[in-house]
Write a protein that binds this ligand. Structure first.
Ligand SMILES: [Zn+2]
Length: 142
């Protein structure tokens, strides 16, 4: 079952990167247009299809995300459009031990974006779905 585990890890990585792209597009005015103008338009269109469809091939999605990163660097001088300039960040310290957590999660299953209630007071929109849909509230009690 080793290959199954590898596939799951690859898919989790893709979801995290799509989530980062979703966040970056919202935070960076003109990013989507700039990436498209730089040559990543087709890759972004395909990523939107993947987000809308919910299922994806991790190798294909990784190649698309790599292309978006390359164009972001080459055309816009932006490092890590889909990975974050500081690389992967784990949950803030202490969050795992909180008694309850509320956050918004992307309604699209292939987008791993999570916005905690401390980051935003209203539901953010998913920027990559077929139409802009608000993120869904997620509450958990531990
Ligand atoms: Zn999203």
């Amino acid at each position: 079952m080793r290959s199954e585990r590898r596939r799951e890890r690859a898919e989790a990585g893709v979801k995290a990167r799509i989530g980062m792209l979703c966040r970056m597009v919202e935070r960076t005015p003109g990013l989507h247009e700039g990436l498209a103008a730089g040559g990543a338009g087709d890759a972004l269109d395909r990523l939107r299809e993947i987000v809308a469809g919910g299922r994806f091939d991790a190798d294909e999605a990784t190649a698309l995300l790599d292309l978006v990163d390359e164009v972001g660097m080459a055309a816009l001088n932006l490092d890590g459009v889909t990975t974050g300039s500081k690389g992967y960040r784990p949950l803030p310290a202490g969050l795992a031990r909180a008694e309850s957590v509320s956050a918004w999660v992307c309604p699209h299953s292939s987008c791993g974006r999570v916005v905690t209630s401390g980051e935003s007071e209203t539901a953010p929109d998913c920027t990559l779905g077929p139409s802009r849909v608000p993120m869904a509230e997620y509450r958990t009690s531990m």
